[in-house]
Write a protein of this length. Structure first.
Length: 341
């Protein structure tokens, strides 16, 4: 395999990968490094190896966007298997306990009502096998070494939960299971939702299959397989302005030069624009179609994307006390907005 030198690709873009099962998120990053010939590659929103679906990947200087593309709501399709609990709370773990499954689990009406009852704010204890850090040590690293880390419950929100179906055990092998769609806040562990559902029903449970269908504004339909990405290359680039979900401004000429230097800008110098609320797929591309000037004044701390020559040039934050926008992140070469923008 040829040596990939840092920064030789000249690319700066964001793509959406439909992660296959059996690969870690880091494995996907390594594959993308080879595809783009670029060492600076990072992902946002880790997926467990057994999970599939939406994984945003940043390439080149666009990796600096990673901190701004996290923290969004997520959507999942999950199969929750009842009757067995594992050390990882998913099918890849070691079975620790088994128990009979209550008859109510196979009652679709009961299951539908139970799932609907999961909606709302709650405290959730992260799984022992998770990336949560305590004292600089990741929980899963401690768990693998046989140590115990004291994790603390975290605040999460289940925005929506919908039962898709109830499955009975078959051929004496499979466990009874529910197929569920979840829309959850950042920091929510679906494995923990499955674990806690089993506990509430009096039997152990775990995640048998998991697919992330959306992360923030990035949907599964926009993601491509690694094989397709190898063929498409930079043609798979997505518009980071849309993915950020932020209002945006345009800079040309002298203003573009000032933005490139990270100069502070008065609020009057930076008119804000937004996308019209629409169901039209054509207008959801976040290009000039479907764009209008915003009537709302900037909010204190608001993040704004600045576009120059149809590339994301910088991210600015608004300081109400000084009525100025201050540079948060400047991209000297800009981040591609894709071929459709």
């Amino acid at each position: 395999m040829p040596l990939v030198r840092r920064g030789t690709s000249g690319l700066s873009l964001v793509v959406g990968v439909n992660k296959p099962a059996g690969m870690s998120s880091h494995d996907v990053v390594n594959r993308c490094r080879r595809i783009f010939g670029e060492r600076r590659v990072g992902h946002t929103g880790t997926l467990d190896p057994m999970a599939t679906g939406v994984l945003p990947v940043c390439v080149g200087p666009a990796t600096r966007l990673g901190a701004y593309l996290t923290g969004h709501d997520k959507r999942y399709r999950v199969r929750i298997a009842f009757g067995a609990g594992t050390d990882t709370d998913d099918a890849e773990g070691r079975v620790l306990r088994t128990a009979p499954v209550p008859a109510c689990v196979l009652d679709p009406e009961f299951a539908r009502a139970f799932v609907a009852g999961l909606v709302g704010a709650r405290k959730q204890m992260p799984p022992a096998y998770s990336a949560v850090k305590v004292g600089g040590t990741k929980s899963y690293e401690a768990a693998r070494s046989g140590s115990i880390i004291e994790l603390k419950p975290r605040d999460i929100v289940v925005h929506d939960a919908l039962l898709l179906g109830v499955r009975e055990a078959s051929d004496g092998c499979d466990l009874p299971s529910w197929d569920v769609e979840f829309h959850v806040s950042k920091g929510t562990y679906i494995r923990a939702l499955a674990r806690d559902a089993g506990a509430a029903l009096g039997c152990p449970a775990h995640v048998a299959a998991l697919e992330r269908t959306a992360l923030g504004l990035l949907s599964l339909e926009e993601c491509v397989s690694l094989e397709a990405l190898a063929d498409l290359g930079d043609r798979a680039a997505l518009d980071p302005v849309r993915l950020l979900g932020a209002r945006f401004a345009f800079a040309q000429g002298d203003m573009a030069a000032r933005v490139a230097n990270g100069a502070a800008l008065g609020s009057a110098e930076l008119p804000l624009f937004e996308r019209r609320r629409t169901t039209s797929a054509l207008e959801l591309c976040a290009c000039t179609a479907g764009v209008r000037e915003s009537c709302e004044p900037p909010k204190d701390g608001e993040l704004v994307a600045v576009v120059s020559d149809n590339r994301l040039a910088a991210l600015y934050g608004y300081d109400r006390a000084r009525d100025r926008f201050k540079a948060r992140c400047v991209f000297q070469t800009g981040v591609s907005r894709g071929r459709d923008c």
